[in-house]
Design a protein around this ligand. Sequence first.
Ligand code: SF4
Ligand code: SF4
Length: 239
Amino acid sequence: MNTLMKTEYSSMWVLSKNNTKTGVCVAQYIGRTDAECMESCEGCPLLESKHCYAHFASFVRVSHIRMIQCMEKENGKKYTMKEVYQDRFFRAARFIRLGARGDPSRSKVDTEQGMDVAKIWNLPVIGYTHFPEDVPQWKGRMMASCSEWEEADELVADGWKVAMDYEFPHSGITSPDGHQAIWCPHESTGGKVTCGECLLCCTEKESVPIILFKHKLPIWEKGRVNVGRNKRRNVSEVQ
Ligand code: SF4
Ligand code: SF4
């Protein structure tokens, strides 16, 4: 870890209403500046490879930067849980999404608060960390993320539910150690299922121990997949 890095970052909370993948949810963004958010991910392999969905393969980063700009205005929103609760659409929220951008293990105090408030609000929690070794106390409360089958098997054996970044996923895969995996229903149905309907990533929901997510390309590389005939065939085969 970079020694200049803070050990604890503050979070921003928002009622996310327009995300077609998640549906309406309460979302936590780590860091109160763009730089802080990126720092909170230091050490994550998807940051280095630029395959992180939140930073490079979607408009999640743009949304976060807009929130930060809004917060910096005089009388701007502060992005607190109180504001979320006071939002007139709050009752439409189906779950709390920890670490919509940034890693929640680098914002332990606010993440713990989010988990506590989720109980009071009676909302399920969905969250992922790439640093499960730093937060063993969250085992059973959020998922551990990885990109290799061996690591997935180790994490499952250690008691974690696992989210794995995978290049060409399809249903019914079994890990080398025999743990069952399923491809995220939102991805496998081409977007017909939202997280609020699925909730497989909620650790309290019974499911197979490993959930697979299609390997994401940075926005600036997506066009290359579409012009490659073989790659295009491969992508459609698994959808
Ligand atoms: S920790 Fe999460 S948000 Fe950060 S780079 Fe890794 S996958 Fe992306
Ligand atoms: S598995 Fe379900 S809850 Fe998890 S990301 Fe996919 S749709 Fe959302």
